[in-house]
Structures are given as C-alpha cells and as structure tokens.
Design a protein around this ligand. Structure first.
Ligand code: NIG
Ligand code: FE
Length: 405
C-alpha cells in the first residue's frame, strides 16, 4: 500500500528515545508519500520521488497529516462497571482520598470486578479498547489492580492477555496487586504486601501474564518500604517496575523507583525539583498523567521542569474509572500543551515515542522497518492545529499493522 499526498509525514527518523530538550524536535517531511509492506513502514519520501505505484493499493491523503499512533503507557482500562456515583460525591465536595478512606474508590471497583464474570469483564473492556483505537492509540499498557485477591488479579491479567490476542493493539501488561489493600486484610498493610510478594508475584510470573510490576506508592496507600519489597520481589521474577508516585503527596516513590531502575515512575503531580533532577539523571521515564489532574482538579506535573532537568518525559491517559475516565490521547496531548505549556513537538514526542519507551516497546515512530501504526488526519494548517482545535474531529482514519481500522 502507498499513501500519497501526505500534507506532512510526522515522526520519521526518530532516535530510540528523546530526553530533555531533544524532545523539542519531531522530524517530518512535507508533501510526502509512505509505502507500507507486510504491516511495516517500507519507505517514504517527498512526492516528487513517488515510486511507480503499479498494482499497489493507494490511499490519497489529500493533504492530511500522518502521525505515529499514540502510545499510551499507563492505563487501567480493564474494570467492571463505572464509578459515576463517586463522581457525584466529588461534585458535592468529597476528595479522591476521602472517597478511598470510606472504602470506595479502588475497593469499590474491586467489589464490582469480583462479581463480574471473566467473559463480561472482557466484553466491557473491549468497548474501551475499541474506543481508544478510534482515538488513535496503537500501543497500550494495561494494569491489573482491581482484583486485590490472587484469583481476581489473575482474572484481570487473563483478560488483558485476551485483549492482546484479539486486537491489533500492541499491549503490555503490568501487575498492580499493590493498588490498594485487599478487603480481607483490613488495615494489615504489611500482611497484604507479604501476600503480594509470597503468593501473587510468583503466580503471575509463572503464568507469564505480566511484564511489569507496579505499586501505588503514595499517602494513604503503600510506603516506599513496601514498594522496595515489591520491586525486589518483582526483579527476582523478571518483572521490572513501573511505579505510581507523587500523585497525592511527595511519597518517596520516585527515589525508590529510580534506585531500582524502574522503567517509569508515573503521576508526579507533586514531584519537586529534587525528584525531577533525579529523573533527569536516570533512564527511568517520567510519565505524567494530565487527564487525572484535569478530572480530579489536582496540580499538573511540571513537565517543563522535567524536560529542563533532562528527563525522558511521557504523557499517558491513566484511563480508569476513578481518576481519569477517558483514554483520549489527543486530549492528553492538548492538555500537555494547554496546561503544562509543552510545545506541540514535546507533547507529541511524549505521547508517541517516549510513551513507547515507558512500555519497553519500539513503537511510536514511523522509521523504516517499524510497524505501520499511524493516524491519518484531515488537512490541517499546522501540527499545532491538532492540539489547538482539540475537539474538532480531525482523525480521518487509523491504521494499525498497516490495516485500516
Ligand atoms: O492512576 N492512583 C492510583 N490509581 C489510579 C486510580 C485508580 C482508581 O481510582 O480506580 C490512578 O489514578
Ligand atoms: Fe494509574
């Protein structure tokens, strides 16, 4: 297949990651063609070098842009039911932490998931999967963490595996047993962490159901010491860390994540200069989740300071029923520009290339030889326009593995 008359082909000739002010650069080619073979990017060039098209299928972009599909490195899209009732509580003044302390929040989702069959959980999750494909996501990380018992965590992880098998998305799975303390353990956090390390991680690893391990290291949830125990246990079982840190308070999660070479530390709404400096000196990706800031009315992570510090910054949706009920990565990129004052190049590197790095994937670019996962837009005056006109339906078609979705 050849796509012709591309207004601008964006995200080619990219390095493996962009850190610090390397994120200011997002290479592209105006008035271009793109050739796809066997689901991969075979070649591209300017229209005056268009090869003989012959019998090949052509798609005329008519001036639309092509961008790598989004790489959403932090989601919880496998869940049962919704939490719109708690949304009402928030409207009436309760905070996320108050709802959690009353036994709502994550535990509410765990109760619902427990009562939902695996088949039904798959069906509900697939609706959200289809939704994010339509929004232009091509690679996604999905976490467990609404099971909080061994059986229900495995149920969630099997659903994630089934999503990976039955969709063209590239999916990575993260085990988040330490998302909240399971009901059976009441206030016995240490006992629950011991259960996660002794029983859950070995079982998850033995079944090959996750690549990464996560901990909600924050005020009112798990401490850096718990996090360290879980990261060490995960490492023994081949699971690298991706940590929730500094959403509710300066939690110590960044320090423990970097110490254990976590692939990413995520949230960072309350991260301060010392944490950002640490991230700037490490390989750990600094992932920020502006959709959660938007939905919960929290501060936005200081992405510009993280870039100034030299960090590899990614933006992800955090799609989940409690703090971010949206998986629209274009909106995430717009929030990056509007609220975090990232340039369009920075916001798009953060939602494509660096998101892929935060999943350990090589997606997020249209370099030759990479999987042909891309978005075709309507004609636009500039790349900036995609984030500026943030609700205009500009995504014309989504291609994954070279196939129109
Ligand atoms: O990333 N902060 C912890 N976990 C999720 C929210 C989970 C929930 O409320 O269901 C998050 O925001
Ligand atoms: Fe999260």
């Amino acid at each position: 297949m050849i796509v012709t008359n591309i207004g601008r082909l964006v995200g080619i000739d990219q390095p493996a990651r962009r850190r610090g002010h390397e994120m200011d650069i997002l290479p592209g080619l105006d008035n271009a063609w793109l050739k796809v073979e066997n689901g991969l990017v075979a070649d591209y060039g300017p229209m005056d070098t268009l090869p003989d098209v012959g019998m090949e299928e052509t798609v005329n972009a008519r001036g639309g842009y092509i961008l790598p599909s989004f790489c959403d490195s932090h989601t919880h899209i496998v869940y049962a039911g919704t939490r719109d009732g708690e949304f009402l509580d928030k409207i009436h003044g309760l905070s996320y932490e108050e709802i959690a302390r009353r036994g709502g929040g994550i535990l509410n989702s765990a109760d619902r998931l427990h009562l939902t069959s695996e088949e039904e959980l798959f069906e509900q999750s697939m609706q959200r999967v289809r939704e994010i494909i339509g929004f232009g996501t091509g690679s996604v990380e999905i976490k467990s963490g609404y099971g909080l018992t061994l059986a229900d965590e495995l149920k969630m992880l099997r659903v994630i595996a089934r999503i990976a098998e039955s969709t063209p998305l590239r999916v990575v799975a993260t085990f988040l047993g330490a998302h909240a303390v399971g009901r059976a353990y009441g206030s016995d956090i240490d006992g629950y962490v011991a259960h996660v390390c002794r029983d859950m991680i070995p079982a998850v690893a033995a079944e090959g159901l996750a690549q990464y391990v996560d901990v909600f290291c924050d005020r009112g949830f798990f401490t850096p010491d718990h996090t360290e125990q879980i990261l060490e246990c995960g490492a023994r079982h081949g699971l690298r860390g991706k940590i929730h840190a500094n959403e509710l308070a300066v939690s110590g999660g960044v320090e423990v994540g970097v110490k254990h070479a976590a692939l990413s530390v995520d949230h960072l709404e309350r991260a301060e200069e010392p944490q950002l400096r640490l991230l700037g000196q490490s390989e750990t990706v600094a992932t920020m989740l502006p959709g959660a800031s938007f939905f919960l009315g929290m501060p936005y992570g200081d992405a510009r300071a993280a870039i100034d510090a030299g960090a590899t910054v990614a933006l992800a949706s955090d799609y989940n029923p409690g703090s971010s009920p949206s998986g629209n990565m274009r909106f995430v990129a717009s929030l990056g520009a509007v609220k975090m004052k990232l340039t369009p190049e920075q916001a798009l590197n953060a939602t494509t290339l660096n998101g892929a790095v935060a999943m350990g994937l090589d997606s997020g670019t249209l370099n030759r030889g990479k999987r042909a996962d891309f978005i075709l837009t309507e004609p636009m005056p500039s790349l900036t326009y995609l984030l500026y006109a943030y609700q205009t339906p500009l995504i014309r078609q989504v291609f994954l593995n070279g196939k129109a979705q």
